[in-house]
Write a protein that binds this ligand. Structure first.
Ligand SMILES: [Zn+2]
Length: 388
């Protein structure tokens, strides 16, 4: 009995030693390391001196989203950007209507016609509606005869009871007249796919980038795969931003519309294929990458100038160009910061966790994409009103 107890104690002690050792080993293994002790595939920016994760298991890399290291803010800047764009997509799908929102029209009718509830004479109402409807063109794109009839019935239920034939007849004739007023103003809303493709491109880019920054520290193989998806994401963002400009500027000029759409699609695919080359990912190719993505962006200048020539001096053409110039400024500054690695090159090791160039680049990318979203809304409104 006594011998057994001693034996058990010995086993237990050695077990607990083992557990402690394991825990200690884990702690040491998942500690952040310095630049000089990194494996070759993680050596990218010598001005960031410390706070690196290297060869971490996937689980630890995944949970490191909640701890401090030199990629924390790179992950979060684009993850927050992703959720921003997800919200914008849902909001836009719900709020920017595919057809004019008829739910709101009865209220609008009443505000446009202050005297309507007290109207005693239907003929007077007809005249008033005629003049009012011509000023309501902002909400008319999909008004139909049936809708007008229904709206008027809802507005004046007591006057148009089923038994009152005279009034129903008057209402029908009035509806016909109104429909003829409305018909020239009625237009189908413009195609939405280029706008939603852009939102999809932005979300893909932001999510791919977050995943790349979070998990690249796992292994050389995963790092190479994720980097390629990251570059494909940037190409997708630039290409789909261009789709908005090309499609909505040249809706009325199908030849140029498809020419520009085809051109940017080929340029985007070429960029993605180039980024698959192993050499493309080497740190010394940083400037080549920045130049290639900037070149893609700069090729957007041509359709923008073309748009200005065609639509000068329409306010929407100028307004959208304003957004595009702001977008160019954000992306241009982003590419410059990315390529020059400012500010960490001035004070190596001082911006490891907060403030290094890649974080600034990420914020500028989100700002640029949001600018394009706002510009895209102007295009939608412009084309919905002007049609083609
Ligand atoms: Zn990044």
């Amino acid at each position: 009995m006594g011998i057994e107890t001693v034996e058990n104690e010995r086993v237990e002690r050695s077990n607990s030693k083992g557990r402690k050792g394991k825990r200690l080993w884990k702690k040491v293994k998942y500690q952040l390391v310095e630049y000089h002790s990194l494996p070759g595939y993680l050596k990218d920016n010598e001005y960031i001196k410390g706070y690196y994760r290297a060869n971490w298991p996937l689980k630890q890399a995944l949970f490191s989203i909640f701890s401090i290291h030199n990629e924390t803010l790179n992950v979060w800047t684009h993850l927050i950007g992703f959720f921003l764009f997800l919200s914008l997509t849902i909001y836009t799908a719900m709020k920017v209507p595919n057809v004019v929102d008829l739910q709101h029209l009865p209220g609008d009718l009443l505000t446009c016609l202050p005297s309507l509830p007290h109207m005693s004479d239907l003929y007077k109402l007809r005249e008033e509606l005629k003049t009012s409807l011509t000023t309501m063109d902002h909400m008319l794109p999909s008004l139909t005869r049936w809708h007008i009839f229904e709206l008027l019935s809802n507005c004046l239920p007591e006057r148009f009871s089923a038994g009152n034939h005279t009034n129903v007849c008057v209402l029908r004739s009035m509806t016909d007249e109104l429909a003829s007023i409305v018909a020239p103003l009625a237009r189908r809303p413009i195609t939405r796919w280029p706008f939603f493709t852009f939102l999809g491109g932005a979300m893909f880019c932001l999510l791919a980038s977050s995943a790349c920054h979070l998990l690249s520290c796992h292994s050389e193989r995963l790092s190479h795969i994720l980097l390629r998806i990251d570059y494909a994401g940037i190409a997708a963002l630039i290409t789909t931003s261009f789709y908005i400009v090309a499609y909505y500027s040249f809706t009325c000029y199908p030849f140029f519309c498809y020419l520009y759409l085809g051109f940017i699609t080929i340029l985007g695919i070429t960029t993605v294929l180039l980024s698959l080359l192993p050499a493309f990912q080497k740190p010394e190719f940083r400037n080549v990458r920045a130049a290639l993505f900037s070149g893609m962006g700069l090729s957007g200048i041509l359709p923008i100038l073309h748009k200005l020539v065609l639509f000068w001096p329409q306010p929407e053409a100028l307004h959208t160009t304003g957004y595009e110039m702001l977008l160019g400024a954000f992306y241009g500054l982003g590419a410059l910061v990315y390529a020059t690695r400012v500010p960490e090159r001035w004070m190596p090791g001082k911006f490891d966790v907060v403030g290094h160039s890649h974080q600034l680049f990420h914020v500028l990318v989100v700002a640029g994409a949001y600018t394009q979203y706002r510009g895209g809304l102007v295009y939608l409104k412009w084309r919905d009103l002007e049609g083609c």
